[in-house]
Design a protein around this ligand. Structure first.
Ligand code: PAF
Length: 284
């Protein structure tokens, strides 16, 4: 059945009016926040959103406040027309494309800091990143006012940070994570994969292979210390470096774990050439 045409909003007032109408009509509204450069992983989020609600809004906003001064904000891939075509094809009802000046007007001075959860892993290497994410996601949730918002598990720490901010600030929305979509060779889908040259692309799946090997070792009752040492060596041998972190953490609190006596996650961030790749897998 053909879908209704994709609505497109830049301003928040008409978007809110539309969403309020949907909700009055009894629809469950799902938001999928993205930074564009959409790939099959995003489309899996859209498909899940359509399965879970009657109306789907996707936001496309490359959020400057979550990038550090030496990160890839200016070269982050942007292709709005392709993104809009993909969203229309995916049966999304509305695309929300706010402008930076509208999101962060002059004298913008409020940021959300989620303590504890943001201290290690990516938080240790990307100062200010999670505060930028928590702030923009809170704004997007307040602007769109969905019943449910979906986030990929690939950014696992981000998912936990958003869940915590939403709980702590009493935002009336449910947050759900969606498992990572992978290429057939295991590489997690990411907009940043397009930075990889052919040789790097061939090596990149080792990251997932190493994480999986560690997860299997832990599930079999192994100790994290030797498994992680072996994993580090395997990543270095595959050409990754620096390996920013390779860790086993509690899947709810992100506290370090030596054995998988609780639900656990193995997480890594490592450079392959100029490209920083992150990935994580559950244990068991
Ligand atoms: O995961 C992302 O794409 C971004 O961090 C998000 C959640 C859209 C916030 O800018």
């Amino acid at each position: 059945m053909p879908h209704a045409p994709l609505l497109r909003f830049t301003d928040v007032v008409p978007l809110r009016t539309e969403v309020a109408g949907w909700r009055r009509a009894g629809a469950r509204v799902v938001l999928v926040p993205t930074m564009g450069a959409l790939h099959a992983g995003h489309l899996a989020l859209m498909a899940r959103a359509r399965a879970l609600g009657q109306r789907v809004v996707a936001s496309v906003f490359v959020n400057p406040t979550q990038f550090g001064p030496h990160e890839d904000f200016s070269r982050y891939p942007r292709d709005t027309e392709t993104d809009l075509a993909l969203l229309a094809e995916a049966g999304v009802d509305a695309a929300y494309l706010p402008e930076v000046s509208g999101m962060y007007p002059e004298h913008f001075s409020t940021r959300i800091e989620v303590e504890g959860l943001t201290e290690g892993l990516c938080g240790a290497f990307r100062p200010g990143h999670f505060s930028g994410v928590a702030t923009v996601v809170t704004k997007l949730l307040n602007r769109v006012q969905p019943d449910l918002a979906l986030f990929g598990e690939k950014d696992f720490q981000q998912l936990l940070v958003i869940r915590r901010a939403v709980r702590d600030l009493d935002l009336p929305v449910e947050i759900q994570g969606v498992p990572t979509l992978r290429e057939t060779d295991g590489l997690a889908l990411s907009s940043r994969n397009r930075y990889l040259d052919a040789d790097e692309r061939a090596r990149a799946p080792r990251l997932h292979a190493v994480l999986s090997r560690i997860a299997e070792g832990l599930a079999a009752g192994g100790n994290a210390v030797p498994l992680l040492a072996e994993g580090h060596a395997a990543l270095t041998a595959a050409g990754f470096g620096p390996v920013q972190y390779l860790e086993v953490r509690d899947a709810e609190t992100l506290a370090p774990l030596e054995r998988a006596t609780r639900p656990a996650r193995v997480l890594a961030a490592a450079y392959l050439g100029r490209t920083r790749l992150i990935d994580n897998v559950p244990v068991g």
